[in-house]
Design a protein around this ligand. Structure first.
Ligand SMILES: NC(=O)C1=CN([C@@H]2O[C@H](COP(=O)(O)OP(=O)(O)OC[C@H]3O[C@@H](n4cnc5c(N)ncnc54)[C@H](O)[C@@H]3O)[C@@H](O)[C@H]2O)[C@@H](O)CC1
Ligand SMILES: Nc1ncnc2c1ncn2[C@@H]1O[C@H](COP(=O)(O)OP(=O)(O)O)[C@@H](O)[C@H]1O
Ligand SMILES: [K+]
Length: 462
């Protein structure tokens, strides 16, 4: 899986400890982190009047290093602390700062604010008065920087433990943490920059990287490139959107089984109109089918449930979306191998109940218990495989929150599954392409517009 690793606070500490055992000096690492952050702040803000807020731990230590280095470059810097420095490295960094240290609760604002109060060591919300002061100082600043994390966010879940201001830039130290990508915390940062500290970062969880696609080989034909079957139902528009997305995903051919015949194209899709369920059962034994999608516009009545049973009785890799997920929650049937589930928040709860932990933890438990790849959708879509691998997509256009975009995603997932036969890869590629198509559409688009943007999104990744 490609992409930058995401580490929890405990994993980050382990990686740090491993680096120390291998000979890295703890204070040297703080200097590296502080220098990287100072460089980023310098590039963004140059000689602007700056206030650095330092907390008691190593995040505060980073703050003292940043202040010293900015001052060396001629930046007018003031430092304000919450309390004494408690770790040996933070005390050493504080000793290296040759200016005064103000009391944060009475310090005046500056044009640039650097928040080095708390990072991965935050164990509870900031005291109300401290959080309010941080918000007030941030509101008065033109440029706001969070060192490692905005102070007040829970590292592993992205929850807000106290009031947290909005930051223009967050400098993630060493690796991304879940809070950099998961909402609500991720929504409080305009831009996220990763400062590489050169430490080894073993993780099964990565930020979703760009899809890496290949064009069809010269010997390809429509069946080797993957046949997608889509079972439609009560609402024809949804399965049509999904079918067109599948057809524009790089798959070789798409067959749509539905009660209706659409009045317009694309004519490349083969429409199989059916009234009786027996007319669909042939699908089950058609070995050419590389992926079978059921759910968009399926409905929730007995006929829909019977269609889902047909899909579940096949051995084809299944993509289950929308109504199929709601119906599945009422059943207790195993899924065929290599299946993919694409729930949004409501569908996830119906299917898996209330699970503990972060969105990453919940997606991972759901993938493990269902044996399927789960795309837990939202502004921070989490893609989890049963073996524990996870990719987190973030920064996607919030204009995607419009009807039918999930149908397009489901079609894309089925298309990429038929092409790759690898459910995790297919899910990652589809989420990436969906996000890129949205970016290309700009603002106020409708789901249909995404379909037109797909070929360009694919071309950009060849
Ligand atoms: N892990 C790494 O590889 C590196 C980490 N560094 C920095 O170290 C940070 C983590 O440092 P620490 O573990 O010292 O943690 P923090 O600096 O985030 O804060 C921990 C301290 O704050 C106290 N505390 C926690 N919540 C509080 C609250 N709500 N109110 C008042 N006090 C509270 C704790 O008791 C502890 O004393 C990272 O975020 C990063 O900035 C860098 O210096 C170097 C590299
Ligand atoms: N605020 C948001 N920011 C980014 N992406 C979003 C946001 N809200 C929804 N999405 C994405 O849009 C799609 C919506 O899917 P879904 O909820 O199933 O809608 P529908 O059923 O109407 O098609 C998903 O891919 C989801 O990740
Ligand atoms: K911070």
């Amino acid at each position: 899986m490609t992409g930058v690793p995401i580490l929890t606070a405990a994993q980050m500490r382990q990686a740090e400890q491993a680096a120390f055992r291998a000979g890295t000096d703890e204070y040297a690492l703080m200097e590296i982190a502080g220098r990287a952050a100072a460089e980023i702040i310098w590039r963004a803000g140059h000689r602007r009047d700056t206030l650095v807020l330092c907390g008691p731990g190593n995040n505060g230590g980073d703050g003292f290093v940043i202040a010293r280095l900015l001052k060396e470059r001629g930046v007018p810097v003031r430092v304000a602390a919450l309390c004494d420095s408690r770790t040996a490295s933070a005390q050493r960094a504080r000793a290296g700062w040759d200016g005064p240290v103000e009391d944060m609760m009475i310090a005046a604002p500056a044009v640039q604010l650097v928040d080095a109060l708390f990072g991965t060591g935050l164990s509870r919300g900031l005291e109300d008065a401290v959080a309010a002061r941080l918000c007030w100082l941030a509101e008065d600043a033109a440029l706001t920087f969070a060192v490692d994390l905005p102070s007040g966010v829970e590292t592993d879940s992205g929850a807000l433990l106290s009031a947290v201001p909005h930051f223009g830039l967050c400098i993630a130290l060493g690796a991304y943490k879940p809070a950099h990508l998961l909402h609500p915390a991720a929504g409080l940062v305009d831009r996220l920059v990763l400062a590489d500290l050169g430490i080894e970062l073993p993780s099964h969880v990565h930020r979703l990287g760009p899809a890496e696609l290949t064009a069809p080989g010269a010997d390809s034909h429509k069946y080797t490139r993957g046949l997608v079957a889509v079972i439609g139902g009560a609402m024809p528009g949804a399965s049509l959107l999904a079918s067109i997305a599948a057809a524009r995903s790089g798959a070789g051919s798409v067959r749509r089984y539905a009660h209706d015949l659409p009045s317009a194209g694309p004519h490349a899709i083969v429409h199989r109109q059916f009234d009786d369920i027996d007319e669909v059962t042939g699908l089950v034994s058609d070995e050419r089918v590389g992926a079978l999608l059921v759910g968009p516009g399926l409905g929730l009545d007995a006929k829909a449930a019977a269609l889902l049973d047909v899909a579940l009785s096949s051995a084809h890799p299944l993509v289950l979306d929308a109504d199929a997920l709601t119906l599945l929650a009422r059943k207790d049937r195993p899924l065929p191998p290599d299946s993919i589930l694409t729930p949004h928040e409501g569908e996830f709860h119906r299917l898996f109940g209330v699970l503990p932990g972060s969105k990453i933890d919940r997606a991972r438990s759901a993938a493990r218990s269902s044996g399927a790849v789960v795309i837990y959708k939202g502004p921070d879509s989490v893609i989890a495989a049963p073996d524990g691998r996870v990719a987190v997509a973030s920064g996607m256009s919030s204009w995607l929150s419009t009807a039918g975009t999930g149908d397009v995603l489901a079609g894309l997932v089925a298309g990429r599954l038929a092409v790759t036969s690898d459910p995790l890869r297919a899910a990652c590629e589809a989420v990436w392409l969906h996000g890129d198509a949205a970016r290309r559409c700009g603002a106020a688009f409708v789901a249909d517009d995404l379909l037109d943007a797909l070929p360009a999104a694919i071309a950009a990744r060849l």
